[in-house]
Design a protein around this ligand. Structure first.
Ligand SMILES: [Zn+2]
Ligand SMILES: [Zn+2]
Length: 224
């Protein structure tokens, strides 16, 4: 008999995301939580020396998360954080000065690459695991199953860690089968979209397959 877990806020948020998201619900939840965390960091942590040090060690936010930071629109906080980054970059360039081309090729890239994870990437990894664990603990719940079955399913980068965390083989078979069905349906829609592009079928109007070419990369890579 599977252990039954009480339903709390994370469960209801997960079911709601599964019901409402047009793409991977875990991507949609991650996007919202990253945005909230980015706003909090800018509001509360800009003057925290420990956070500033951590961000310097990470060589700033990664490219997609730098975009999130800029989209928060908090220019002053962003300027304070990027002041550190630009200072560090000037020091980096000073270290390259006078190097031979050979030494430059050996050292420059190796030194420039990120040696610590971006704080927002780290936050995403941690919170993804919490959401996957909520799913795992409630996977026998009919309401959750119904929402999962009706929706488009998880993207592959979220499906793999989900499968990895499902201890019950029945749960794993259920999620695998469900996603094989969903991806087979997507493949059929891509076939149909391509078929309707043939000049002999151009008079036929588009149905569900109309945006299949936009959904396919998002299911394989995660939402973007
Ligand atoms: Zn996803
Ligand atoms: Zn990042």
């Amino acid at each position: 008999m599977a252990r039954s877990y009480e339903k709390h806020k994370p469960y209801f948020e997960l079911v709601e995301a599964l019901e409402r998201s047009k793409g991977c619900a875990l991507c949609a939840m991650r996007k919202r939580s990253t945005r909230r965390y980015a706003e909090t960091l800018l509001y509360e942590n800009v003057n925290d020396p420990q956070f500033r040090r951590r961000l310097r060690d990470a060589r700033g936010f990664c490219k997609p998360h730098a975009k999130d930071i800029l989209e928060c629109g908090d220019g002053l906080s962003a300027a304070i954080l990027y002041q550190d980054q630009v200072e560090d970059t000037l020091q980096f360039l000073a270290r390259l000065e006078g190097m031979t081309r050979r030494a430059l090729r050996k050292k420059a890239r190796a030194e420039w690459i990120r040696h610590e994870p971006c704080p927002l990437c780290e936050h995403e990894e941690e919170t993804d695991i919490m959401r996957i664990e909520t799913l795992r603990n409630h996977l026998d719940d009919p309401e959750l199953r119904q929402a999962l079955e009706k929706g488009p399913g998880f993207c592959v980068p979220h499906l793999i860690p989900t499968l990895e965390r499902l201890k019950d083989p029945e749960h794993r078979r259920y999620v695998e089968r469900l996603h094989r069905e969903k991806l087979s349906r997507l493949l059929d829609e891509l076939h149909e979209f391509i078929r309707k592009h043939d000049y002999r079928h151009t008079h036929e109007s588009y149905g569900r397959e109309a945006d299949s070419w936009q959904r396919a990369p998002r299911m394989l890579l995660g939402d973007f």
